[in-house]
Design a protein around this ligand. Sequence first.
Ligand code: IFM
Length: 445
Amino acid sequence: MNNDFPHDFVFGVATSAYQIEGAVGEGGRTPSIWDTFSHTPGKTELNHNGDIACDHYHLYKDDVQLIKNLGVGAYRFSTSWNRVFPKGYGEVNQEGMDFYKKLVDELLENNIEPFLTLYHWDLPQCLYDEGGWMNRDTLKAFEEYAGTMVHVLGDKVKNWMTHNEMWCTAMLGHHQGIFAPGESNFKNALQVAHGVLVSHGMAIRAMRSTGQDLNLGIAPNFLPSYPQDPDKERDRKAAANFDGYFNRWFLDPLVGRGYPEDMLNLYGPLCPKVESGDMEIIASDIDFLGVNYYNSNWYTWSEEDKLLHTASVDQPHLEWTADRDIYPEGLYDTLERLYKDYGFKSLYVTENGAAYDDHIDSLDSNRVHDPGRVKFLQDHFDQALRAVKDNIPLNGYFVWSLMDNFEWAAGYTIRYGLHYVDYDTQQRIPKDSALWYKDFIDSGK
Ligand code: IFM
């Protein structure tokens, strides 16, 4: 596959703090909700936790070399709020901040552009104890965290994202209970989603007010939802309901449309409490939208689901990775919609990748063959290129992930990396997909 993307198209890889850093008790860091959750028996596969993870805290220089060897020009990572602000706000932990300063310097010395996410699900436990995202003080603390990070790093880091995948924070964490903090209350989950969205706008304003020249955005996850039978009105309605619940609930307020009317009607008394001015804050101007895309879903009408009336329908003709079906066209559809229906002027695929059951080659301990991942990336790159050729303003693409890491509730049982991590030795081995990505990047130079 040739690299026909424009010369200034940004290619990169992505990770997040809790998934790779480890060193949870070092450098003045206090626990986040993921420390608590993963240490609660039964919450993650095999009770895995991020205590050591990829030990990136100590191995970050080596990891920057992995990125450099790929030849990509950008790295998306997140900072741990509780490493920088052990109390969630107030006094900065200099040692924590220094870690990120050193990481950023290392990246820049190697000509890798940092894309920094402020919140990838690791809320300081002490803030959760005071009500978490349901407490307006957490929103203020996030605003302070964002402003401080830009104040310290804004001369070196131009690209910032406030939140990663707000649907997961709200729904997996506070409704389905399968992510930290493990709650199961839909009304609260909607209130959390609202708090997170308001905090996004507050953070954007705080970052802008520093006067730095910044590229500011947010990285929601998208799940295109198609009607199982497009000719059936009820299937179309079911798909629209799911779309409202997963995609539009977060997108519409970001562009100033407020919460979608059909969903407000559906949710009725479950709707979040909105304070005056909140919707204007959420709609604060951003420079780009991040797009985390993995798969798509198909829906039919169901009476069993009393709220959304949706049931997802398996698509036997689609192939699967270790945990999701594969539908590259869904990426194109998402990008097209974000441009044409929502008018976003700048888009980045901030996450896309695949999990496979990878193993080290029994005859060559330096090789890991992952043909499925190579094909997955080729097919998704094709869709991204199709979008670029159709003048959709897609400016970059970050593969999830630089290396295998702590995959949340699945622990270390699922591998998403371009590099295989041997968790006993912390050795990183480039998989065939890493070699493919490198060749692909080289072919565009
Ligand atoms: O590992 C996660 C990441 O933290 C958020 N987006 C999806 C990835 C793969 O499941």
